[in-house]
Design a protein around this ligand. Sequence first.
Ligand code: FES
Ligand code: FES
Length: 156
Amino acid sequence: MAISKSLNVNGERVAVSIDDPDMPLLYALRDNLALKGPRFGCGLAQCGACTVHVDGKAVRSCVTSLSSLNEGQQIVTLEGLGTPEKPHPMQRAFIEEQAVQCGYCINGMIMESAAFLTTNKKPSETDIKKALANNLCRCGTHARIVRAVLRASQSI
Ligand code: FES
Ligand code: FES
């Protein structure tokens, strides 16, 4: 029997109808709420493509069960980070550095980097590489991604 689960996503209270309380957050975001920023890559917490923020921390939504979340927690997706009219500094930096090839990993790169900059406002290139070491990019866009994060750190 379907149950209703309340969440706070991108500043709004939403209710999703689910059959399994342990369904991954990623499925609810993409399938129930049509938020396509977070991507399904590995489904095993290995690639980072599905990263969102929960209470400001980068979280892999493919392995975060809905049952582990409550409506008091603030979930933010790429769509809630900024808008096309008013992008987050990290989104703007990725555009300015053209740090995208196919784009599949970029949700995770931006969300992980944005959360990282709240813990280290003036990171070195080495700090950034360490922070993104577990976010995979098969296109080899790493050099531009690091430049984008450095650029964002100078504008935040
Ligand atoms: S899809 Fe979640 S880490 Fe790969
Ligand atoms: S830009 Fe294609 S996987 Fe990173």
